[in-house]
Structures are given as structure tokens and as C-alpha cells.
Design a protein around this ligand. Structure first.
Ligand code: COA
Ligand code: ZN
Length: 262
């Protein structure tokens, strides 16, 4: 297994179907979806598309769902139109990701997040959540931080829009991994309690079952990943790699350094 930090920087055009998910792996798929195929979408996805008034947003949703379907179907070895990706949530009535059955019995967990035309999909054999958030240069984030973040977090953020986006993605990644979304409470994770674990992962005594890490995806965009990895599972067991959809050029290569103002 390659060290996590080296793995983070790896960009490969390995065909999706060549990627076998082991207990050790979380894979990060970074895509700029262009176009899409309505024919691959489920009835629920089509209904969702039909409810969107903006043609741009409609196109984005179709492209996003098509890309997610292509990645996940290749991983589990089915046709992209086939997998049931989501289930209606009893709490909020929307559809949320469900794990996909795989040959061999271990389900494939997935989570996605998008910002503008960047889509990030995380896959693995443990419950996980991924979130991306553009750094907000308008300053509007400060009121959100004061309203929803803990006092130590507000102090740690200070005037940094980047740090706000960083904390936001860490919180949302965990909330998605736990399947509760923002309704689970932005104060569920206090980011100032996060300390270094193994292999670049972060751990907090408040959620000993989970590990988090920051990912570098594109300039001006914060990204975080949360994985169900209890203390007896070494963080290094979770390996992160970058892939593109086969046949496509890597359109948004990860850069090797942190964001300019991080
Ligand atoms: C929906 C939410 C989790 C992420 O929204 P966001 O940051 O605007 O958008 P992102 O691109 O980062 O993530 C969206 C993806 O999160 C996933 N998602 C939505 N709700 C989720 C949940 N409760 N748990 C896990 N994943 C969820 C979906 O796959 C969605 O993808 P889609 O838009 O292609 O359908 C968050 O905004 C939210 O929780 N909003 C309030 C509504 C809410 O709390 N819903 C859940 C209640 S159970
Ligand atoms: Zn819900």
C-alpha cells in the first residue's frame, strides 16, 4: 500500500472497472461532468430533473447523475442505468445515497458533493461522506459561523474565509457519512477538537468511530472526507487516490500544494 500522502497526489486514468475496493481503500473520483444521458437516470432522478426550473441547473443535475452512475456501475460491474443509488429519507422526504450490493457480499458505500462544475465522488467499503465548498469571498460566511459554529471554532476561524470553508466541509462530510445531513446539527462536530491521527487522518474524542481528512481538489475549493473507521482500524488502512472517468483527460488535476490562502 502506498503512503496516504503520496496516494493523495496520484492522478490516474485507470479504467474504473480495474479498481477493486478492498477494506483498505477509499477512492476519490474527481470529475467535471459535461453532458449527460437522461436515459441512464432512474424515475426518481428524472422527476427531480423535471422539477428544476433553471436549464443550467437541470443540465448540471443530469451530468452529475450520469457521471455518478458511470463510476458506480463500473465499480460494481453493472449497466449504469441499473443500480439503485438512493432511498427516500423518512426524515426529510428527499433521496439519500444507499450502499450498492457487490459480488462477494461487501456493499459499496458512496457519497458525492459538487461545487460549480466540479463533482467529487467518494467510494469505499465503509460508510463515508465527502463535501466540497468554494471559499466565500463575500464575507457572508461570518454570520453563519457566529450563528451555527461553536465559540472555539469562531475564534479559530478569525477572519479566514478559507478556514470557515474548511470547517464547514469537515462538518458536512461527517454529517453526510452519518446520513443525517445538516439537520443533524452543525455543532455535532467541533473542529477544534480534531487532532492528528495516523496517516494524515484526523480524529476527535467526540466521534471515536470516525476519521476525517482534508483533501486538496482545486484552487479556492475546500474539501473534506469522513470515514467510519473506529480506533482499532488504523487510519493508514484507508487509502485515497484520484481517478478520472475512463477516456477523459484529467480536467482538474489536484495541485500538490495547499490552497494559496489556507
Ligand atoms: C443536502 C446536504 C447534505 C448537502 O448539500 P450541499 O452541500 O448543498 O450539496 P453537496 O453537493 O455537497 O451534496 C449533495 C449530495 O449530498 C447527498 N445527500 C443529501 N442528503 C444527504 C444525507 N442526509 N446524508 C448523506 N448524503 C446526503 C446527495 O447525494 C446529494 O447529491 P445530489 O444533489 O446529486 O442528489 C445538506 O445541504 C443538507 O443537509 N441540507 C439540508 C437538508 C437536510 O438536512 N437534509 C437531510 C436531512 S435527513
Ligand atoms: Zn433526509
Amino acid at each position: 500500500m502506498m503512503p496516504a500522502d503520496t496516494a493523495l497526489m496520484r492522478m490516474s486514468a485507470v479504467p474504473v472497472s480495474d479498481v477493486a475496493h478492498s477494506a483498505a481503500a477509499v477512492h476519490i473520483w474527481m470529475v467535471r461532468p459535461d453532458g449527460g444521458d437522461m436515459g441512464l437516470l432512474s424515475d426518481a432522478e428524472r422527476e427531480r430533473v423535471a422539477r428544476i426550473a433553471s436549464p443550467t441547473q437541470r443540465k448540471r443535475l443530469i451530468a452529475r447523475r450520469t457521471a455518478i452512475r458511470r463510476i458506480l456501475a463500473a465499480l460494481v460491474g453493472t449497466d449504469p442505468a441499473e443500480p439503485i443509488l438512493e432511498r427516500r429519507c423518512e426524515r426529510c422526504g428527499r433521496h439519500h445515497p444507499v450502499p450498492l450490493p457487490q459480488t462477494g457480499g461487501t456493499p459499496l458505500f458512496w457519497s458525492s458533493s459538487s461545487a460549480a462544475d466540479l463533482l467529487v465522488v467518494a467510494t469505499g467499503v465503509r460508510q463515508l461522506g465527502v463535501d466540497v465548498e468554494p471559499v466565500d469571498r463575500t464575507g457572508a460566511w461570518a454570520a453563519v459561523a457566529r450563528r451555527y459554529f461553536t465559540t472555539p471554532e469562531v475564534a479559530a476561524i478569525g477572519p479566514s474565509a478559507w478556514r470557515f470553508a474548511d470547517f464547514w466541509t469537515l462538518k458536512e462530510a461527517l454529517l453526510k457519512a452519518q446520513g443525517v445531513g445538516v439537520l443533524g446539527g452543525l455543532d455535532r462536530l467541533c473542529c477544534t477538537t480534531l487532532g492528528r491521527d495516523t496517516g494524515g487522518w484526523l480524529a476527535t474524542p467526540d466521534h471515536p468511530q470516525w476519521k476525517l481528512r482534508r483533501l486538496t481538489v482545486a484552487p479556492g475549493i475546500a474539501c473534506a472526507l469522513a470515514v467510519d473507521a473506529p480506533p482499532d482500524v488504523p487510519g493508514a488502512l484507508v487509502e485515497t487516490m484520484w481517478f478520472t472517468i475512463p477516456g477523459r483527460e484529467a480536467s482538474c488535476p489536484p495541485h500538490s500544494g495547499p490552497g494559496a490562502d489556507r
